[in-house]
Design a protein around this ligand. Structure first.
Ligand code: SF4
Length: 298
C-alpha cells in the first residue's frame, strides 16, 4: 500500500476519492440493460460480449442473444452453429464458443446454478479472474474489487501516479479503496469513469472531479502533450487474417454449407495457401467443421 502516506492522510485521501467518484457516477451513469439484472447468466453474457466489443455494438446484440438463449440451460443445449449465428456483428467469434462451454460446465457441474465462490467460478472454462469478480459483484452483490482495463488505469493513476504498479499491488490497494457498502456502484462507476473521463490516451483531466486527489495529475498531461505520433505502419484490416476469418464465418452463417472450392473461389483475392491455412485454423478452433468436401458451422 502507499507507505509514503500517514494512515490518517491515506484514509482522508480515499474518502475524498470515493465521494468524488460516487458523486460523479450519480450524475453521469450510463443506463445499460445489464445493469437492470442480477442474473449471473445475463451478467456473464454481457461481460463476455463487452470484453472486446464496444458498448454501442453490444447494446444491439445483448437482448437478441438473451431472447434466443434465455437461460444457461438453453445456451448449453444449443447447437454451436446457432450460437455462432447469433453472435454475428460482435467479432472474435471464439468468445461465442467459450461462452457456450461455460454454460455447459455450469449445467453439468452445478445443475445450472452459478457458484458464488471466486475459485469455483475461475475453474469454469472461459472465466478468468476479472469475469469471476464481475459475476460476484454484479450478480451476487459481493463486496470485492475487480481489475479490467478501466479499473486498472484508475487505480494506477489516482493512487500511484506515474509510478507503474503490477496488478497484484493495484488489487491490494483497490481492496482498501472499495466502499464496502457501495461495491456494486463503485465497480460500475469506474467502468463509466474510465470510458468517459479517465481515458487511456487523452484523459479529460480538465473536467475531472478527482483532479485534486489524483497522483498522476498534472504529470499525465505532459505525456499527453509529448506523445509522439504513431509512425509504425499498420497493416490495413482488410489484409489481416482476422478479416478473412470473419468473412469465412460470415459466409457460412449465410449459406450453411460450402465446398472448399467455393470458398477458395469466393476468397480468390487472397492467396489459396493462406485461405486453406485459415480454414484449418478455424477447424482446429472448432469454429467450423470439414466433412469431406463440405465445410459448415459446427
Ligand atoms: S485527473 Fe486526469 S488522470 Fe487523474 S483521474 Fe482525472 S482524468 Fe484521470
Amino acid at each position: 500500500m502507499m507507505v509514503f502516506m500517514k494512515k490518517t492522510e491515506f484514509f482522508q485521501h480515499i474518502t475524498q476519492v470515493r465521494r468524488s467518484v460516487l458523486n460523479w457516477y450519480r450524475k453521469n451513469r450510463r443506463d445499460l440493460p445489464w445493469r437492470h439484472t442480477r442474473d449471473p447468466y445475463c451478467v456473464l453474457v454481457s461481460e463476455i460480449m463487452l470484453q472486446q466489443t464496444q458498448v454501442s455494438r453490444v447494446l444491439i446484440k445483448y437482448q437478441e442473444f438473451l431472447t434466443t438463449f434465455p437461460s444457461v440451460q438453453d445456451l448449453a443445449d444449443a447447437k454451436p452453429s446457432e450460437v455462432i449465428k447469433v453472435w454475428a456483428g460482435l467479432g472474435y467469434n471464439r468468445r461465442a464458443l467459450y461462452l457456450q462451454k461455460t454454460a455447459k460446465a455450469v449445467v453439468a457441474t452445478y445443475h445450472g446454478m452459478f457458484p458464488s465462490d471466486l475459485q469455483q467460478l475461475k475453474q469454469l472454462p472461459g472465466i478468468g479472474d476479472y469475469t469471476a469478480r464481475a459475476i460476484l459483484s454484479f450478480a451476487f452483490g459481493k463486496s470485492l474489487p475487480m481489475m479490467d482495463t478501466n479499473h486498472r488505469r484508475f487505480y494506477q493513476r489516482v493512487l500511484f501516479g506515474m509510478n507503474s504498479k503490477k496488478d497484484a499491488e493495484l488489487l491490494l490497494a483497490a481492496e482498501h479503496v472499495l466502499p464496502r457498502k457501495r461495491a456494486y456502484d463503485w465497480n460500475q462507476a469506474l467502468m463509466d469513469f474510465g470510458s468517459l473521463v479517465c481515458l487511456t490516451g487523452e484523459p479529460r483531466c480538465e473536467d475531472c472531479p478527482l483532479q485534486r486527489y489524483c497522483k498522476a495529475y498534472p504529470s499525465v498531461l505532459k505525456i499527453k502533450k509529448t506523445k509522439k505520433p504513431h509512425t509504425k505502419k499498420s497493416i490495413p484490416f482488410r489484409e489481416t487474417d482476422r478479416y478473412i476469418r470473419g468473412r469465412i464465418i460470415e459466409q457460412l452463417r449465410q449459406v450453411d454449407v460450402c465446398s472448399l472450392l467455393d470458398l477458395l473461389q469466393i476468397f480468390q483475392e487472397f492467396n489459396d495457401v493462406r485461405v486453406r491455412r485459415i480454414i484449418e485454423d478455424l477447424a482446429r478452433e472448432e469454429l467450423l467443421v470439414k466433412r469431406g468436401n463440405r465445410i459448415q458451422l459446427p
